[in-house]
Design a protein around this ligand. Structure first.
Ligand SMILES: [Fe+2]
Ligand SMILES: [Fe+2]
Length: 175
């Protein structure tokens, strides 16, 4: 086995956290779909797929490291929101939590002097920078627009506004 038991456990847990994030994004997307804010819905459905990809990337890392894969139980996501702001804020809170989780995994890989895992986790570190930036930009846009101005947030997303915010690598339609 190429990874420590401790990192193996952490990676298994993270598979669960990424799947949970995926389900939470689907729940946020359905909130926007029901509110007829279809560009926001599309954005969050895409985020949901991305999180699933993150989980699969970790599964591959565990298997390639000859680790012991255990996919944990995933709690139910929060369904339904009082406002658009509450929904986009939950997305930001969840990305900040995942960033802390990834940092803890990277700390473990560094403590283990495990360069293989450290290198693989570097991708997640960079990904979190983009994810937090986009989520935080959306919170600011929704605050500025207000609930009655959500049309403007839709236009911002349609115009590729998020790609601007995170340096052109993310945003609508980008994986
Ligand atoms: Fe993720
Ligand atoms: Fe994410």
């Amino acid at each position: 086995m190429l990874i420590s038991k401790k990192l193996n456990t952490g990676l298994n847990d993270q598979v669960g956290h990424e799947l949970f994030a995926s389900h939470q994004y689907v729940a946020i997307a359905t909130y926007f779909e029901q509110a007829a804010l279809l560009t926001l819905a599309k954005h969050y459905y895409a985020q949901g797929l991305e999180e699933r990809d993150h989980a699969m990337r970790l599964v591959k890392l565990i298997l390639d490291s000859d680790g012991d894969l255990k996919i944990p139980a995933v709690p139910a996501p929060k369904m339904g929101f009082k406002s658009s702001l509450e929904a986009v804020q939950l997305a930001l809170t969840s990305e900040l939590r995942v960033t802390a989780q990834i940092n803890a995994l990277q700390d473990q890989a560094i403590a283990d002097k495990d360069h293989l895992s450290r290198n693989a986790l570097e991708w997640f570190v960079n990904e979190q920078r983009e994810e937090v930036t986009s989520a935080s930009t959306l919170v600011q846009m929704v605050k500025r627009a207000g609930e009655s101005g959500m049309f403007f947030v839709e236009q911002f997303l349609k115009g590729g506004g998020l790609a601007e915010a995170d340096g052109g690598e993310g945003g609508e339609g980008a994986a």
